[in-house]
Write a protein that binds this ligand. Structure first.
Ligand SMILES: *Cc1c(COP(=O)(O)O)cnc(C)c1O
Length: 461
């Protein structure tokens, strides 16, 4: 592409010049070192501080690729916490496999369009096989399918919008709609309710934080006493983010189906463990869902950002999410699978491809083994906390979140400890809370997190 530069001379932006050759080698060398070496933990800096060091990076003449890369590698990258550090156990961290990250480089170089079959058939084919693996693990029929959306938040919202459309077909006179879920459900469900301008029916789980069919039945039937008020979807959480608790999917699903309601499983974190034989039984009932989500960027060793959104009957999603515009007509003519028809999205990167590639290259057995490894480390961590003289385990970990407290500590003590842990570059473990009380939690999703990493952290407590 030729563009006129300010001085009126022609400059070429799309030509692989010798300067680009140098940049390519530097960018690849940096990327490979980042993949091969243990990542530094790093940490945030203030905006003033960063500005003082790098100044204004957007200039009329440009910094040049090598200089701009150096700004990133030497300064900006170091002000980002490595989500894949083995002692980053915060929130839900990330642990992309080498295969997945390497293939992300390929995706980045390929200018793929992932919205339609017409433009991205090969990529969509591969993404769909990866979705199929998850659908099979969940026991969904062969007609199930969906899309890799941006994240669990968009995945949940997209599924719930389809659920409401189904509700409107069944109960057209309803004036007050609600989503029913556990009080322990993820904040993205409340966000979806807000975006959709519907009520959120929060049900207090009675069985140690686990939502059961009886809880749901009571909550819904109560809500339905109001004339023209209707629940249109029941959301079960398959692994709560804070504590890793799996709702009783089977009894919740049965009560939803009895009432002809859409049953959605939010498994952004936990449903990854469907591939771990040792815990598969805990997800009994997942085969009843109308839709589910799981984020491969959380616990399936894929880079950000990818949420697998799968519908039992994708035709229902297509009715709701297909965008129509004259310039898009050609996409619908072929009758083939367009990922943009299954979520709130049109243009999309082929974000499922790094996950697909890693699955294809390593095989699913490697996934089961890596998953079992993280589950095992979580159990070892729990045991070490039980044996620790000053710590108390909050509950036996159901998956790989290990939550605990320290006797006599106030909120400020936890924060001081957490800040020091990061400042000393030992680990990243921000405080959380449960029932209004501060807690600490390890979210273990990284197969490179070893027992010695857990010990190093526990030694500071
Ligand atoms: C992380 C999470 C989400 C949100 O997913 P994002 O990818 O962060 O948008 C939703 N539900 C649960 C249970 C989660 O753990």
């Amino acid at each position: 592409m030729n563009i006129l530069s300010q001085s009126g001379t022609l400059c070429r932006m799309h030509e692989f010049t010798s300067e680009l050759e140098v940049l390519a080698n530097k960018a690849l060398a940096y990327s490979l070192a980042r993949l091969k070496d243990d990542p530094p933990l790093d940490g945030p800096r203030s905006e003033e501080d960063l500005f003082a060091e790098v100044g204004e990076t957007i200039t009329s003449k440009g910094l040049g690729g090598v200089e701009a890369l150096a700004v990133f590698t030497d300064v900006l990258a170091r002000a980002c916490i490595s989500t894949d550090h083995p002692r980053n156990l915060a929130y839900i961290p990330s642990a992309p496999s080498e295969h997945a990250n390497l293939f992300d480089l390929v995706v980045g170089a390929s200018a793929l369009y992932g919205g339609s079959w017409q433009e991205g058939a090969g990529a969509v084919f591969a993404e769909n096989q990866a979705l199929r693996w998850i659908a099979d693990l969940a026991g969904l029929p062969s007609s199930a399918g969906g899309v890799f959306a941006q994240g669990g938040t968009v995945g949940n919202l997209s599924a719930l919008v389809v659920a409401r459309a189904e509700g409107r077909k069944r109960w057209p006179k309803t004036t007050r709609w609600a989503i029913a879920c556990s009080a322990e459900a993820h904040s993205s469900i409340a966000s979806a309710a807000q975006v959709m301008d519907v009520d959120l029916l929060l049900i207090e789980p009675t069985n140690n934080g686990k939502l059961t069919g009886a809880d749901v039945a009571r909550g819904i039937d109560d809500f339905h006493k109001e004339k023209s008020a209707r629940v249109f979807a029941v959301v079960a959480t398959a692994g709560t983010t804070n504590l890793g608790i799996i709702d009783d999917l089977k009894s919740v699903g049965i009560e939803a189906k009895k009432r002809d309601l859409w049953f959605h499983a939010d498994g952004a974190y936990g449903l990854a463990a469907l591939c771990a034989p040792s815990v598969r039984e805990k997800f009994a009932g997942i085969e009843l869902v109308d839709s589910l989500i799981v984020d491969p960027h959380k616990w399936l060793f894929a880079p950000f950002d990818a949420c697998a959104l799968i519908y039992r009957n994708p035709e229902l999603a297509k009715e709701v999410h297909t965008q129509s515009a004259s310039y898009l007509d050609a996409l619908q003519e072929s009758g083939s699978w367009n990922p943009s028809d299954y979520a709130i999205n049109l243009t999309r990167r082929t974000r499922g491809l790094p996950f697909w590639f890693s699955l294809a290259a390593n095989g699913t057995d490697a996934y089961s083994a890596a998953m079992e490894q993280t589950l095992e480390i979580a159990q070892v961590a729990a045991q070490k906390i039980r044996e620790h003289p000053r710590l108390e385990l909050l509950l036996d970990p159901e998956l790989s979140v290990v939550a605990f407290t320290k006797a006599g500590w106030e909120k400020s003590d936890y924060k001081k400890w957490s800040d020091a842990l990061l400042a000393d570059q030992i680990g990243f473990i921000p405080t959380s809370s449960h029932k209004g009380q501060p807690i600490l939690r390890f979210a273990i999703v990284n197969p490179w997190t070893k027992v010695s990493d857990i010990e190093e952290i526990l030694d500071t407590l």
